[in-house]
Write a protein that binds this ligand. Structure first.
Ligand code: XIL
Length: 335
């Protein structure tokens, strides 16, 4: 068992001469936005050279793709599709059904149960049909569970009922039967009630013939949470049920308690060792269930965490100057 060693292992300095993705047996992805890809050369170079899978950080979300009921905005998304085709990157679609970043018209939609279902169907199927053959998979439903394992109160639950999850998967599958379909959420490792509820729910759908292929563990984690054991258990529990496992939005906070901190060598080493522990767990699941890793941003200067949680943090592989950090070397060393 390498689990004890992962938090102690010595991280060797590394150069950034070899591309990350060429070292891995599965895709290594990054969340990206077309604006930054077009206008920031360092960001673009790293995205092209280091990663072979892309998740749109925002532009595939309902409020941006489907701003009005009768209007879809494809332009920026299509640019990203072109970028992926030109550079041979896998494109992972994120996300069809969520409670956040939804357009105003959807939030105030007035209709019967059937009309809500029809609205959800048109939303999902128009988008899936548009990107058919261009995306490898979809996060069909994102963050539908609370930490206690109950279903989150959302417009979808309220207006369609708990069957909205299963229906969302069915609609996506009808529109693009080749796409791999995922349920995606955070704290799956650390919150065991949430994890059990999700795994049981998705296993039940799968056993009843619903096309659900994988579970995305977002892994917005920190240098102190979750434990190595929880990470290992979660990945095993999901893969034991036959699901693909996507580590779908990785970032490792070095400041989970929102202090006024500096990125000291000690903290950056702990972050690097946490990466080793993640990889140790991931490598214990069967290779044909490893859909890949996706980091939630190129460098610390673009992370969503400081803005969203109002704290300083340094959670990604590259620093604000786009230089590789110890966590990058730890990843290279462990792939
Ligand atoms: C975040 C983006 O990174 C931010 O730019 C945006 O302002 C808010 O959303 N879980 C998810 C992602 O599934 O879509 C979120 O992305 C981060 C949390």
């Amino acid at each position: 068992m390498t689990l004890i060693a992962c938090s102690k292992i010595e991280i060797e300095p590394c150069d950034d001469g070899t591309n990350l993705y060429t070292l891995a047996d599965y895709p290594i992805g990054v969340a990206a936005d077309p604006g930054a890809l077009n206008f920031i050369s360092e960001y673009r170079d790293i995205a092209i050279e280091q990663f072979n899978s892309i998740t749109p950080e925002n532009i595939f979300k309902p409020e941006l793709l489907h701003p009005q009921e009768d209007q879809f905005a494809w332009e920026q998304a299509d640019q990203l599709v072109e970028f992926c085709q030109e550079h041979q990157k896998r494109l992972h679609g994120h996300t069809l059904i969520w409670h956040s970043q939804i357009p105003g018209w959807m939030q105030t939609f007035a209709g019967s149960n059937e009309e809500w279902e029809e609205m959800m169907k048109v939303h999902i199927q128009t988008i899936c049909a548009h990107f058919k053959g261009k995306v490898s998979g979809w996060d069909v439903v994102n963050e539908a569970f609370n930490e206690d394992g109950s279903l989150r109160q959302t417009i979808w639950l309220e207006n369609i009922g708990p069957s909205y999850i299963e229906k969302a998967f069915q609609f996506a599958h009808e529109a693009d039967s080749n796409a791999l379909l995922f349920y995606n959420d955070y704290n799956i490792a650390g919150e065991e009630r949430k994890r059990n509820a999700i795994v049981n729910f998705m296993t039940d759908l799968k056993m009843r013939g619903v096309a659900i292929h994988g579970i995305g563990m977002q892994l917005h984690i920190s240098i102190s949470y979750p434990s190595e054991r929880q990470m290992e258990d979660a990945m095993r529990q999901i893969s034991d049920q036959g699901f693909l496992v996507h580590l779908s939005e990785i970032d490792i906070s070095i400041n989970p308690n929102s202090r006024d901190i500096e990125p000291t060598e000690r903290r950056l080493q702990k972050q690097a060792n946490t990466m080793v522990c993640v990889l140790d767990s991931y490598h214990q699941i069967p290779i044909d269930q490893q859909y890949g890793l996706t980091f939630w941003g190129v460098g610390d200067g673009h992370s969503w965490i400081p803005g969203h949680f109002n704290r300083v943090d340094y959670p990604l592989l590259f620093d604000e100057a786009y230089d590789p950090k110890p966590v990058y070397c730890a990843l290279k060393q462990s792939l």
